[in-house]
Write a protein that binds this ligand. Structure first.
Ligand code: SP5
Ligand code: ZN
Length: 350
């Protein structure tokens, strides 16, 4: 198994996120990835690689994100500091948004104020952006691109071991700790490499809203997500079972929301449903945005999977017998995230 890891991930290290009116320590930390690397040193289930520097990364990014959004991300830190030099000591967080209600706010007059511009692209105030965020996110996308290329080259299982995560990032939006949608970059790269049908099976605790939005009107990429019911769980405003795709994409999005408190047995039988849907689609490859925040000890989530369960998750994914790209998403029980992630990889085999 080729594991492309992001050697620049620690350049993104958000300090605090807004939560219910106060600032709390950011859950999405560099230590998360270090724990996975440490566990891989103990159990070397794959070969750790850096993504090649000569991959056509900008072209791949433009296939899933708008040019305006990418330009915004590339200049965001400079825009933040230009507002006020004192901002250099603080992370940028969105604080104002053009809420979509009748006769309320206009989106056809782009603001110049940076805080307002951030509100055009960020859907929450929990995604800190700092000086190194863009470099870290870009290198993570390079890992996803490399993982997809390796699959096209004949590998059976590859991984983009990276942070910040990606599955909440949409065509022109960031949020949920995500900037660039690494799973979407991988899926699109597989399509552009000649595969006719690609399935994305998102097993993070949170709905993969960004990935759903990116592929919502397409029939060539099936998106499936198992997640906490958005009526009570983040990201709240998407992820319901009646979202089935639009236009040509109708029938090619499947949401499987489960109540907070769901344990492994019910979660695993839902995984079987998801696997059946993937298999019915007859894809040539699979992308799995892998969140370990379904773990019982996760501080911000509500399912109760145990460490040993992740071996079974890996085996179940392997049963599809498809070339598979894994992307690293959430998982905030920091001390256990390494064991849980590597358990999935061990279950997957090869
Ligand atoms: C990739 C991913 O898993 N993103 C999840 C983003 C969730 N953001 C909202 C989390 C708010 C939880 N804050 C809990 C504070 C408890 N003290
Ligand atoms: Zn998550």
């Amino acid at each position: 198994m080729k594991i492309f890891h992001n050697a620049r991930h620690a350049e993104h290290a958000g300090r605090q996120e807004m939560f219910r009116g106060r600032m709390v320590d950011c859950h999405e930390s560099p230590a998360r990835l270090q724990h996975v690397l440490d566990e891989l040193a103990r159990r070397p289930v794959g070969e750790l690689l850096r993504p090649p520097a000569d991959l056509p990364l900008d072209a791949a990014l433009r296939k899933v994100h708008s040019p305006e959004y990418l330009q915004f991300l590339a200049g965001a830190w400079d825009g933040w500091v230009a507002m006020d030099p004192a901002n250099a000591t603080r992370d940028a967080l969105a604080s104002v948004w053009p809420l979509a209600q009748p006769h309320a706010f206009r989106t056809d007059k782009p603001p110049q104020n940076f805080a307002a511009r951030l509100g055009q692209y960020a859907f929450d105030s929990g995604t800190p952006l700092m000086a190194g965020s863009w470099a870290a996110a870009r290198e993570g996308a390079a890992c996803a691109l490399a993982a997809a290329h390796a699959l096209l080259g004949g590998e059976r299982v590859t991984m983009a071991l990276t942070r910040p995560p990606g599955h909440h990032a949409g065509p022109a939006f960031m949020g949920g700790y995500c900037f660039i949608n690494n799973g979407a970059v991988a899926a699109q790269t597989l399509r552009d490499g000649g595969l006719q049908r690609v399935a994305v099976l998102d097993v993070d605790y949170h709905h993969g809203n960004g990935t759903q939005t990116i592929f919502y009107d397409r029939s060539d990429v099936l998106t499936v997500s198992i997640h906490g019911d958005p009526r009570t769980e983040y990201p709240f405003f998407l992820g319901h079972a009646d979202e089935r795709g639009a236009g040509a994409g109708e029938g090619f999005n499947l949401n499987l929301p489960l109540p907070r408190g769901t344990g492994f047995e019910a979660w695993f039988s839902t995984l079987q449903r998801a696997l059946q849907a993937v298999s019915d689609f007859a894809p040539q490859a699979l992308v799995v945005p892998l969140g370990l925040d379904t773990f019982e000890g996760d501080p911000i989530s509500g399912f109760t999977l145990r460490s040993a369960d992740y071996l079974q998750v890996g085996r179940a994914l392997a049963s599809l017998d498809l070339p598979t790209v894994i992307t690293m998403e959430g998982g905030y029980a920091v001390a256990e995230v390494g064991v849980n992630a590597v358990n999935v990889l061990e279950g997957l085999g090869t």
